[in-house]
Design a protein around this ligand. Structure first.
Ligand code: UTP
Length: 291
Protein backbone atom coordinates (compact mmCIF):
# COMPACT_ATOMS: atom_id res chain seq x y z
CA UNK A 1 0.00 0.00 0.00
CA UNK A 2 1.39 3.44 -0.90
CA UNK A 3 1.35 5.86 2.01
CA UNK A 4 1.11 9.52 1.11
CA UNK A 5 3.28 11.90 3.09
CA UNK A 6 1.02 14.94 3.34
CA UNK A 7 2.40 16.89 6.28
CA UNK A 8 5.79 18.35 7.04
CA UNK A 9 7.09 19.76 10.30
CA UNK A 10 9.67 22.57 10.28
CA UNK A 11 11.26 22.97 13.73
CA UNK A 12 12.34 26.60 13.86
CA UNK A 13 12.32 27.22 17.60
CA UNK A 14 16.11 27.01 18.18
CA UNK A 15 18.24 29.92 19.37
CA UNK A 16 20.81 29.88 16.57
CA UNK A 17 23.62 30.84 18.95
CA UNK A 18 26.33 29.88 16.46
CA UNK A 19 25.22 32.80 14.30
CA UNK A 20 25.17 35.51 16.95
CA UNK A 21 25.03 38.46 16.66
CA UNK A 22 23.09 37.98 13.36
CA UNK A 23 20.48 35.90 15.18
CA UNK A 24 20.02 38.19 18.17
CA UNK A 25 16.80 39.67 16.76
CA UNK A 26 16.36 37.61 13.58
CA UNK A 27 15.60 33.89 13.24
CA UNK A 28 18.53 31.81 11.97
CA UNK A 29 16.10 30.23 9.50
CA UNK A 30 15.67 33.65 7.82
CA UNK A 31 19.39 33.91 6.94
CA UNK A 32 19.53 34.22 3.16
CA UNK A 33 21.53 31.98 0.86
CA UNK A 34 22.09 34.34 -2.08
CA UNK A 35 18.67 36.05 -1.87
CA UNK A 36 16.29 33.48 -0.39
CA UNK A 37 15.92 32.58 3.28
CA UNK A 38 16.89 29.08 4.39
CA UNK A 39 13.33 28.35 5.48
CA UNK A 40 12.00 29.07 2.00
CA UNK A 41 14.37 26.54 0.42
CA UNK A 42 13.03 23.94 2.88
CA UNK A 43 9.39 24.83 2.18
CA UNK A 44 9.96 24.66 -1.59
CA UNK A 45 11.66 21.28 -1.18
CA UNK A 46 8.69 20.00 0.81
CA UNK A 47 6.19 21.30 -1.75
CA UNK A 48 8.17 19.59 -4.54
CA UNK A 49 7.86 16.32 -2.59
CA UNK A 50 4.06 16.60 -2.53
CA UNK A 51 3.62 18.04 0.97
CA UNK A 52 0.23 19.67 1.39
CA UNK A 53 0.34 20.95 4.96
CA UNK A 54 3.25 22.93 6.42
CA UNK A 55 3.62 22.92 10.20
CA UNK A 56 6.06 25.33 11.84
CA UNK A 57 7.21 24.91 15.41
CA UNK A 58 8.26 28.43 16.29
CA UNK A 59 9.32 30.18 19.46
CA UNK A 60 10.26 33.55 20.87
CA UNK A 61 11.47 36.04 18.24
CA UNK A 62 10.41 34.00 15.21
CA UNK A 63 7.51 36.08 13.88
CA UNK A 64 9.53 37.12 10.80
CA UNK A 65 9.00 33.55 9.55
CA UNK A 66 5.21 33.91 9.79
CA UNK A 67 5.35 37.27 8.02
CA UNK A 68 7.56 35.85 5.29
CA UNK A 69 4.96 33.30 4.20
CA UNK A 70 2.06 35.75 4.40
CA UNK A 71 1.06 38.18 1.67
CA UNK A 72 2.42 41.73 1.86
CA UNK A 73 -0.41 43.75 0.35
CA UNK A 74 1.41 47.11 0.30
CA UNK A 75 4.43 45.69 -1.49
CA UNK A 76 2.27 43.76 -3.97
CA UNK A 77 0.21 46.85 -4.78
CA UNK A 78 3.35 48.88 -5.42
CA UNK A 79 4.93 46.21 -7.63
CA UNK A 80 1.68 45.79 -9.58
CA UNK A 81 1.50 49.55 -10.11
CA UNK A 82 5.09 49.55 -11.40
CA UNK A 83 4.37 46.52 -13.61
CA UNK A 84 7.19 44.52 -11.98
CA UNK A 85 5.89 41.02 -12.68
CA UNK A 86 9.23 39.31 -11.98
CA UNK A 87 9.35 40.55 -8.39
CA UNK A 88 5.62 39.90 -7.98
CA UNK A 89 6.25 36.27 -8.91
CA UNK A 90 9.00 36.04 -6.27
CA UNK A 91 6.47 37.24 -3.71
CA UNK A 92 3.90 34.69 -4.91
CA UNK A 93 6.50 31.91 -4.44
CA UNK A 94 6.77 32.68 -0.75
CA UNK A 95 3.07 33.05 0.03
CA UNK A 96 1.50 29.85 1.28
CA UNK A 97 -2.23 29.37 0.76
CA UNK A 98 -4.43 30.07 3.76
CA UNK A 99 -5.22 26.89 5.65
CA UNK A 100 -2.14 25.03 4.36
CA UNK A 101 0.13 26.38 7.04
CA UNK A 102 -0.04 25.97 10.81
CA UNK A 103 2.07 27.40 13.58
CA UNK A 104 2.55 26.01 17.01
CA UNK A 105 4.96 27.28 19.62
CA UNK A 106 7.68 25.65 21.63
CA UNK A 107 7.55 27.60 24.87
CA UNK A 108 11.26 26.99 25.49
CA UNK A 109 13.93 25.56 23.16
CA UNK A 110 14.27 22.21 24.93
CA UNK A 111 15.74 20.43 21.92
CA UNK A 112 14.79 19.07 18.51
CA UNK A 113 12.86 16.11 19.94
CA UNK A 114 10.76 18.45 22.02
CA UNK A 115 10.13 20.71 19.01
CA UNK A 116 8.84 17.76 16.95
CA UNK A 117 6.68 16.61 19.88
CA UNK A 118 5.04 20.07 19.93
CA UNK A 119 3.55 19.26 16.49
CA UNK A 120 1.84 16.03 17.66
CA UNK A 121 -1.77 17.28 17.53
CA UNK A 122 -1.26 18.95 14.16
CA UNK A 123 0.31 15.82 12.65
CA UNK A 124 -2.10 13.26 14.13
CA UNK A 125 -1.79 9.56 13.33
CA UNK A 126 0.03 9.45 10.00
CA UNK A 127 3.65 9.35 8.80
CA UNK A 128 5.07 12.83 8.31
CA UNK A 129 8.20 14.60 7.16
CA UNK A 130 10.55 16.75 9.26
CA UNK A 131 12.86 19.24 7.55
CA UNK A 132 15.56 21.15 9.40
CA UNK A 133 16.02 24.32 7.37
CA UNK A 134 19.65 24.76 8.32
CA UNK A 135 20.53 21.63 6.36
CA UNK A 136 20.36 22.92 2.81
CA UNK A 137 20.34 20.41 -0.05
CA UNK A 138 21.35 21.04 -3.64
CA UNK A 139 20.01 18.09 -5.61
CA UNK A 140 18.57 17.51 -9.09
CA UNK A 141 15.66 15.67 -7.47
CA UNK A 142 14.93 17.40 -4.15
CA UNK A 143 16.14 15.32 -1.21
CA UNK A 144 12.73 14.88 0.41
CA UNK A 145 11.25 13.81 -2.93
CA UNK A 146 13.97 11.14 -3.20
CA UNK A 147 12.94 9.94 0.26
CA UNK A 148 9.21 9.93 -0.53
CA UNK A 149 10.00 7.80 -3.58
CA UNK A 150 11.95 5.27 -1.45
CA UNK A 151 9.50 5.27 1.45
CA UNK A 152 7.13 2.57 0.07
CA UNK A 153 10.12 0.16 0.27
CA UNK A 154 10.95 0.95 3.89
CA UNK A 155 7.89 2.35 5.72
CA UNK A 156 8.61 3.11 9.41
CA UNK A 157 11.28 5.75 9.94
CA UNK A 158 13.50 6.90 7.09
CA UNK A 159 16.28 9.49 7.38
CA UNK A 160 18.68 11.05 4.86
CA UNK A 161 22.28 10.08 5.63
CA UNK A 162 25.80 11.00 4.64
CA UNK A 163 29.22 9.66 5.56
CA UNK A 164 31.02 12.34 7.57
CA UNK A 165 34.71 12.61 8.55
CA UNK A 166 35.39 10.65 11.73
CA UNK A 167 36.42 13.79 13.62
CA UNK A 168 32.92 15.27 13.04
CA UNK A 169 30.77 12.48 14.54
CA UNK A 170 30.15 14.54 17.68
CA UNK A 171 28.07 17.00 15.63
CA UNK A 172 25.51 14.42 14.47
CA UNK A 173 23.26 11.50 15.28
CA UNK A 174 25.32 8.49 14.13
CA UNK A 175 23.89 5.17 12.93
CA UNK A 176 24.81 1.60 13.60
CA UNK A 177 24.23 -0.25 10.33
CA UNK A 178 22.84 -3.82 10.08
CA UNK A 179 22.84 -4.09 6.26
CA UNK A 180 23.44 -1.91 3.25
CA UNK A 181 22.22 -2.24 -0.35
CA UNK A 182 24.16 0.78 -1.60
CA UNK A 183 21.17 3.15 -1.42
CA UNK A 184 19.30 2.13 1.72
CA UNK A 185 20.88 1.04 4.98
CA UNK A 186 18.93 -0.89 7.60
CA UNK A 187 19.68 0.52 11.01
CA UNK A 188 19.90 -1.35 14.31
CA UNK A 189 21.11 1.41 16.58
CA UNK A 190 21.97 5.08 16.78
CA UNK A 191 23.60 7.50 19.15
CA UNK A 192 23.43 11.28 19.35
CA UNK A 193 26.67 13.25 19.10
CA UNK A 194 29.15 10.44 19.95
CA UNK A 195 32.85 11.24 20.26
CA UNK A 196 34.84 9.72 17.34
CA UNK A 197 36.04 6.79 19.49
CA UNK A 198 32.47 5.96 20.59
CA UNK A 199 30.81 6.34 17.16
CA UNK A 200 29.38 3.08 15.74
CA UNK A 201 30.04 4.29 12.14
CA UNK A 202 30.50 7.51 10.21
CA UNK A 203 26.93 7.53 8.87
CA UNK A 204 25.34 10.74 10.06
CA UNK A 205 21.63 11.51 10.23
CA UNK A 206 20.93 14.68 8.26
CA UNK A 207 18.05 17.11 8.64
CA UNK A 208 15.47 15.23 6.55
CA UNK A 209 13.22 12.62 8.14
CA UNK A 210 10.06 10.70 7.37
CA UNK A 211 8.74 9.51 10.71
CA UNK A 212 6.06 7.13 11.83
CA UNK A 213 3.64 8.73 14.36
CA UNK A 214 4.88 6.14 16.93
CA UNK A 215 7.65 8.64 17.59
CA UNK A 216 5.26 10.85 19.58
CA UNK A 217 4.77 8.11 22.18
CA UNK A 218 8.53 8.04 22.82
CA UNK A 219 8.88 11.83 22.70
CA UNK A 220 6.13 12.23 25.28
CA UNK A 221 8.46 10.53 27.81
CA UNK A 222 10.61 13.69 27.46
CA UNK A 223 14.00 12.40 28.57
CA UNK A 224 16.87 14.89 28.23
CA UNK A 225 19.89 13.46 26.40
CA UNK A 226 23.05 14.93 24.83
CA UNK A 227 23.59 18.64 25.70
CA UNK A 228 20.71 18.34 28.20
CA UNK A 229 18.20 18.57 25.33
CA UNK A 230 15.30 16.28 24.40
CA UNK A 231 16.84 14.54 21.41
CA UNK A 232 14.93 13.19 18.42
CA UNK A 233 17.65 10.57 17.91
CA UNK A 234 17.02 9.08 21.37
CA UNK A 235 13.28 8.76 20.68
CA UNK A 236 13.94 7.17 17.27
CA UNK A 237 16.35 4.71 18.91
CA UNK A 238 13.66 3.76 21.43
CA UNK A 239 11.26 2.75 18.63
CA UNK A 240 13.80 0.45 16.93
CA UNK A 241 12.29 -2.70 18.46
CA UNK A 242 8.93 -2.08 16.75
CA UNK A 243 9.40 0.39 13.89
CA UNK A 244 11.72 -0.39 10.95
CA UNK A 245 14.46 2.22 10.57
CA UNK A 246 16.38 2.98 7.39
CA UNK A 247 18.88 5.55 6.24
CA UNK A 248 18.92 6.71 2.61
CA UNK A 249 21.95 7.94 0.71
CA UNK A 250 20.63 10.90 -1.23
CA UNK A 251 21.94 12.06 -4.59
CA UNK A 252 23.26 15.60 -4.44
CA UNK A 253 25.07 17.87 -2.01
CA UNK A 254 24.24 19.01 1.49
CA UNK A 255 25.40 22.17 3.24
CA UNK A 256 25.30 22.51 7.02
CA UNK A 257 24.14 26.12 7.18
CA UNK A 258 23.94 25.98 10.97
CA UNK A 259 27.70 26.44 10.89
CA UNK A 260 29.52 29.36 9.33
CA UNK A 261 31.73 27.49 6.86
CA UNK A 262 28.78 25.42 5.57
CA UNK A 263 26.69 28.58 5.22
CA UNK A 264 29.43 30.42 3.28
CA UNK A 265 29.98 27.39 1.02
CA UNK A 266 26.25 27.19 0.31
CA UNK A 267 26.22 30.83 -0.78
CA UNK A 268 29.06 30.20 -3.21
CA UNK A 269 27.50 27.00 -4.60
CA UNK A 270 24.03 28.47 -5.06
CA UNK A 271 25.37 31.73 -6.57
CA UNK A 272 27.49 29.78 -9.07
CA UNK A 273 24.34 27.86 -10.05
CA UNK A 274 22.43 31.06 -10.85
CA UNK A 275 22.49 31.99 -14.56
CA UNK A 276 21.96 35.67 -13.67
CA UNK A 277 24.94 35.75 -11.28
CA UNK A 278 27.40 32.98 -12.12
CA UNK A 279 29.64 34.74 -14.66
CA UNK A 280 29.94 38.01 -12.76
CA UNK A 281 30.42 36.16 -9.48
CA UNK A 282 33.24 34.01 -10.91
CA UNK A 283 34.99 37.17 -12.12
CA UNK A 284 34.51 38.82 -8.74
CA UNK A 285 35.91 35.76 -6.92
CA UNK A 286 39.09 35.99 -9.00
CA UNK A 287 39.79 39.39 -7.46
CA UNK A 288 40.03 37.87 -3.98
CA UNK A 289 43.36 36.83 -2.62
CA UNK A 290 43.52 33.36 -1.05
CA UNK A 291 47.02 33.82 0.36
P1 UTP B 1 20.29 23.32 15.98
O1 UTP B 1 20.74 22.06 16.56
O2 UTP B 1 21.09 23.86 14.84
O3 UTP B 1 20.16 24.37 17.16
O4 UTP B 1 18.78 23.13 15.50
P2 UTP B 1 19.95 25.92 17.17
O5 UTP B 1 19.53 26.28 18.56
O6 UTP B 1 19.02 26.38 16.10
O7 UTP B 1 21.36 26.56 16.81
P3 UTP B 1 22.70 26.76 17.69
O8 UTP B 1 23.27 25.38 17.88
O9 UTP B 1 22.35 27.44 18.98
O10 UTP B 1 23.54 27.62 16.80
C1 UTP B 1 18.42 22.48 14.29
C2 UTP B 1 16.99 22.90 13.96
O11 UTP B 1 16.12 22.53 15.03
C3 UTP B 1 15.42 23.66 15.52
C4 UTP B 1 16.26 24.86 15.10
O12 UTP B 1 15.45 26.04 15.00
C5 UTP B 1 16.84 24.41 13.78
O13 UTP B 1 15.94 24.66 12.71
N1 UTP B 1 15.27 23.56 16.99
C6 UTP B 1 16.34 23.27 17.77
C7 UTP B 1 14.02 23.79 17.55
O14 UTP B 1 13.03 24.05 16.82
N2 UTP B 1 13.90 23.74 18.90
C8 UTP B 1 14.93 23.44 19.73
O15 UTP B 1 14.74 23.39 20.96
C9 UTP B 1 16.20 23.20 19.13
Amino acid sequence: MTVRIRKAVFPVGGLGTRFLPATKAMPKEMLPVVDKPLIQYAVEEAAAAGIEHFIFVTGHGKTAIEDHFDSNVNLETLLKKNGNTELLNFLKDCTLDSGKISYTRQSEPKGLGHAVWCARDLVGDEPFAVLLPDDLFHCKTPCLKQMVQEYPKTAGNLVAIEEVPQNQTSRYGILSVASDDGKLVRVNGMVEKPSPDQAPSCYAILGRYILSPEIFTELSKQKAGAKGEIQLTDAMADTLDRVPFHGMRFEGKRFDCGNKIGFLMANVEFALDRPDLADDFKEALKTLSFE
